[in-house]
Design a protein around this ligand. Structure first.
Ligand code: ADP
Ligand code: MG
Length: 575
């Protein structure tokens, strides 16, 4: 919670100002009934018209002052709470930018999104409410009681019954309602989860004819939410009538006993009317306070969720003892690297050692789940090694600035990701100041030129959200172009050619060759034909190196490799 509070500090001045304004407004509200009593008891009874005008005018001024304070305070508190929400979103977003993939795995992307949007909105709404009620409600309640006492201490006895009765009703509602409120939040999460899975998996669901099953699943979650919400609302709904009942009975009691006291000459008519108004002010402010008690637990659940994200320390931090960069370019060296995903039973990588240099192609092949993607994700330091070390250009990646390290790398991930924007913008993502020539050149090598030319606006064609308006192979070629335009020292291709047909694959690799002669290339592949002419092939098997060498060396020495080859190529091709 601490973090959330520190972010409120910059607004302490406006907040003090708001509270001051609301203080004045509450005082004017408390003053009004007394002025009214004066008009009635002095002006009206003695028929003193100038007095009525005088006090009436003053009342108008007081009312105007109260209104101005209230309007300005509302404006400012809305502004403060919205700015606070903006700041929070900014802090969460920039904090999340520092996360390594480990933290993303831990919180989950869906939850991160709800925390940045819905939860922050909850907090900012409640902040706005608290700002407006924090001073007004208690001040009106206590001030009202004092003023009522001053008007008529004996009649105030009525309040000694009414106020505790109101307390009782409010307490009962909070006691019953707050746990349900929390439950509503949980049920809402469940609905969100089902809906999200449904939307992202819509193709799978349709093709497997699971629509009815999914409908049922959604209906269950939806009904669950509805039932809980109805329960909550039933309880909340009893609050208003119960309070109105108490208030009206209080009015009756005040008027009844007040009338008796006026009859006896202990009280004046104006005072009775003022007393009645004070009683209402007291009770209304208690209702406001009770609303705060209902909303705060809800917001505090959200605040905790936001705080969890903010307090999360990224495992991978910027280094403090940064080593000076060397003259070497494009050297990658793994020394006995072992790595396990958090909570995994077996390490995903086990004692991996190899080195690669400029002008060399290192291919990584192995079954699914053998750790190929994990291996290459270690190079840009997406994850931290458990033991051993990874050197890039002779420097341990842990002693390098992340930006410097990643600057050297052009990565084509296994799952091609495009952003909304034009084709050209997506390619230039790899290099901010890329010229049109550079973009076109990269597209040409990536074999993307032709299909881009066939798109409606060529390079200016818009890519839809998630890249849904291009095919898988086209997506992959664009993401290859994005890496190419960067001209990095180290190229990493994670299974980037698998969505291409054999012809395009061959053409692309032929075009790529002269382009990357001075760079270091690491490529993950499924096809033996893709890796065959690599300078070094690393065969991975369940995180271990099963063999390393050229195609011919491995054919002689490595069983795992021979198996992969014979499953893909015919006898004569192997020979
Ligand atoms: P490959 O790319 O060779 O198919 P991966 O490197 O993606 O294999 O995965 C290697 C192993 O690590 C698999 O057993 C997989 O289940 C596990 N793994 C991959 N990514 C994660 C992750 N983010 N969290 C936990 N385990 C993971
Ligand atoms: Mg993979």
């Amino acid at each position: 919670m601490r973090k959330l509070l520190t972010y409120i500090k910059p607004y302490s001045m406006p907040i003090v100002f708001i509270l001051g304004l609301l203080f004045i407004q509450a005082l004017t509200d408390l003053y009004m009934p007394t002025l009214m009593a004066d008009i009635i008891d002095v002006g009206v009874i003695k028929n003193d018209i100038p007095y009525i005008w005088k006090v009436g005018g003053f009342m108008l001024l007081v009312a105007a002052l109260g209104t101005i304070c209230s309007v300005v305070a509302s404006y400012l508190s809305a502004k403060v709470s919205m700015s606070y929400g903006k700041d929070l979103r900014h802090h969460v977003f920039s904090h999340v930018q520092e996360f390594s993939l480990q933290e993303f795995d831990q919180v989950g992307t869906a939850s991160l999104i709800t925390r940045t949007t819905n939860d922050i909105t909850q907090v900012q709404m409640v902040l706005n409410m608290i700002l407006r009620m924090m001073v007004t409600a208690p001040l009106m309640a206590i001030g009202g009681i004092i003023m009522a006492h001053r008007k008529d201490p004996e009649l105030a006895g009525v309040l000694w019954i009414a106020v505790p009765a109101l307390f009782l009703v409010i307490g009962l509602v909070i006691w019953k309602g707050v746990p349900l409120f929390k439950l509503v939040q949980v049920k809402l999460d469940a609905v969100n989860r089902v809906l999200r899975e449904n939307l992202t998996g819509v193709r799978v669901i349709r093709s497997f004819n699971r629509i009815n099953y999914e409908k049922k699943r959604f209906n269950i979650a939806n009904m669950d939410l509805t039932e809980t919400s109805i329960k909550v609302n039933k309880i909340i709904a009893t609050l208003m009538p119960a309070m109105m009942l108490i208030m009206n009975f209080t009015s009756i009691a005040i008027i009844w006993f007040g009338a008796l006291r006026i009859d006896n000459g202990h009280m004046q008519v104006g005072d009775l009317m003022a007393f009645l108004q004070y009683a209402m002010q007291i009770m209304f402010s208690m209702v406001m306070l009770s609303m705060m008690f209902v909303l705060i637990p809800r917001a505090s659940a959200s605040a905790t969720r936001i705080n969890e994200v903010l307090e999360m320390k990224p495992i991978i931090k910027e280094t403090e003892h940064q080593e000076a960069s060397t003259e070497r370019k494009g050297f990658v060296e793994f020394n006995d690297v072992t790595f396990s995903y958090p909570g995994a039973e077996h390490p995903a990588l086990c004692n991996i050692s190899f080195s690669a240099g400029p002008g060399e192609v290192t291919a990584i092949i192995g079954g699914t789940g053998s750790g190929k993607s994990t291996l290459i994700k270690m190079i840009p330091r997406f994850y931290e090694v458990d033991s051993g070390s990874i050197l890039v250009d002779g420097i341990d990646v842990r002693n390098m600035r992340l930006a410097d390290l990643r600057e050297k790398i052009g990565m084509v991930p296994q799952k091609a990701v495009l952003f909304t924007g034009t084709v050209a913008e997506n390619i230039a993502f790899g290099k901010e100041d890329a010229t049109q020539e550079e973009i076109e050149h990269a597209a040409k090598i990536a074999q993307a030129e032709e299909f881009i030319a066939n798109m409606k606006d060529g390079y200016q064609s818009e890519i839809a959200q998630g890249g849904t308006n291009v095919s898988g192979g086209q997506k992959q070629r664009l993401s290859i172009a994005r890496a190419l335009v960067r001209k990095p020292e180290i190229y990493i291709f994670d299974d980037s050619f698998s969505a291409l047909d054999f012809k395009t694959d061959a053409k692309l690799r032929a075009a790529l060759k002269p382009e990357i002669t001075d760079s270091t290339v690491l490529l993950v592949a499924q096809r033996v034909t893709t890796v065959m002419d690599a300078d070094r092939i690393i065969v991975l098997d369940e995180g271990n190196v099963a063999g390393m060498g050229t195609h011919h060396e491995l054919m002689d020495s490595c069983d795992v490799y021979r198996e992969i080859v014979s499953s893909q190529l015919s006898e004569e091709e192997i020979a």
